[in-house]
Design a protein around this ligand. Structure first.
Ligand SMILES: *Cc1c(COP(=O)(O)O)cnc(C)c1O
Length: 411
């Protein structure tokens, strides 16, 4: 194939993905839709620029404009979270942010106390298949039988294992995390208190979730592409005294040249998060989440913890005799995207699971209101019912898919 043909192939596939996104009810809790301005920044000439180092202290010439952009980005994110914490906007992703944060305050073999993956934690919180699990001594805390973080368990384990770092934050947890209680335990055992707010950062920014900054976390990491609705990337905030160590843990320890085009996109996202409309967005995410959770409860579904305080909910499908995997696959054929998820006391393997995770941030961006989310819950129920009865066919998929596309068209 010629270069032109190859490029056509690539752009044709991007076009197909764009169409898929437009015609799908997107319920993956970690996804969102960025603005055209975020895309404009990320697709800009800044991708051409090398800028190893920090603004004012670069290893390359010609950095005067990227210096201004990165400085502005740092200031805007401090404003978004009403904080004067030190901030590094260079992490390429949430995983890179966490890796750098660990390196800043721990040496290999030190103990990290974090939430287990099965209970809603993240791979980078010490999973054995991730670097974090290989470099550090990991002790996990978990959730109780109802799916709530067990603060007694956290304290007991902290007193036993004397961790260097206690980490709060999750990828699949529907309730407010009690940052103050974590802070108190960290103080009691002399540990650093780190918060990974990757999922809930947009809610914190909108003022609809308690702030880890107000609770005095030593380190706060986040992604920028989930509820924050920015480009794919990470941020690290820390107390001023950790700033130097943190910066060198990002570069040169774990990264090379920063992605200045993405940093510009992060700055655009911060500007958008500072607009009054972002507060309304955050409030709507939660209203929609609670309306959808209520709709599922009304239809006899079990929710882990019985409900939600944030942008996501976990459906436990055990009483419906449907696996998370089967539901995810069936919905993929019906223009509805979500992901399978473990439930407390999971009996199935992580690749099958007994539950699904559903988030409202992305479709709230697309204009879905409470009524639309309730309608989406009913579509999911149609599929669950058909799967349980063994009557899910291509016809069911076509029918539900049509209804899903109609819901999107009306939003
Ligand atoms: C998504 C997520 C991350 C990792 O983000 P990537 O950008 O995918 O590397 C880290 N921590 C938590 C809690 C997350 O949910």
């Amino acid at each position: 194939m010629t270069t032109i043909e190859l490029k056509e192939q690539i752009f044709s596939l991007i076009g197909k993905e764009e169409k898929r996104q437009k015609e799908t009810i997107e319920l993956i809790a970690s996804e969102n839709f960025v603005s055209e301005d975020v895309k404009r920044a990320v697709g800009s000439c800044l991708t051409n620029k090398y800028a190893e180092g920090l603004p004012g202290k670069r290893y390359y010439g010609g950095c005067e404009y990227v210096d201004e952009i990165e400085d502005l980005c740092r200031r805007l994110w401090q404003q978004v979270f009403h904080t004067d914490y030190h901030v590094n906007v260079q992490p390429h992703s949430g995983s890179q942010a966490n890796l750098a944060a660990y390196q800043a305050v721990m040496t290999p073999g030190d103990t990290l106390l974090s939430m287990s993956l099965n209970d809603g934690g993240h791979l980078t919180h010490g999973s054995s298949v991730n670097q974090s699990g290989k470099l550090y001594n990991i002790v996990f805390y978990g959730t109780d039988a109802n799916g709530y973080i067990d603060m007694e368990d956290v304290r007991k384990k902290a007193l036993e294992c004397h961790p260097k770092v206690i980490l709060a934050g999750a990828s699949a947890y529907a309730r407010v995390i009690d940052f103050a209680a974590f802070r108190a335990i960290a103080d009691e055992v002399g540990a650093f208190f780190m918060v990974d707010m990757a999922h809930i950062a947009g809610l914190v920014a909108a003022g609809v979730h308690p702030s880890p900054f107000e609770a005095g976390a030593d380190i706060v990491t986040t992604t920028t592409h989930k509820t924050l609705r920015g480009p794919r990337g990470g941020l690290i905030f820390c107390k001023e005294e950790l700033g130097k160590k943190m910066d060198s843990a990002v570069f040169p320890r774990t990264q090379g040249g920063p992605l200045e085009h993405v940093i510009a996109g992060k700055a655009v996202a911060a500007a958008e998060a500072l607009d009054a409309s972002f507060k309304t967005y955050g409030e709507n995410i939660i209203k929609n989440s609670q309306a959808m959770a209520q709709a599922f409860r009304d239809m006899g579904y079990d929710l882990v913890t019985g409900g939600t305080d944030n942008h996501l909910m976990l459906l436990d499908l055990t009483n419906k005799n449907v696996t998370g995997l089967d539901l995810q696959n069936a919905l993929d054929r019906c223009n509805i995207t979500l992901n399978k998820n473990c439930v407390p006391n999971e009996q199935r393997s992580p690749s099958v699971t007994s539950g699904v995770r559903i988030g409202t941030a992305a479709m709230t961006t697309r204009g879905f209101n409470e009524e639309k989310f309730v309608a989406a819950a009913h579509l999911i129920d149609e599929v669950v019912t058909a799967l349980a009865a063994g009557t899910f066919t291509d016809e069911t998929a076509a029918l539900v898919g049509e209804k899903a596309r109609a819901l999107i068209a009306k939003a």
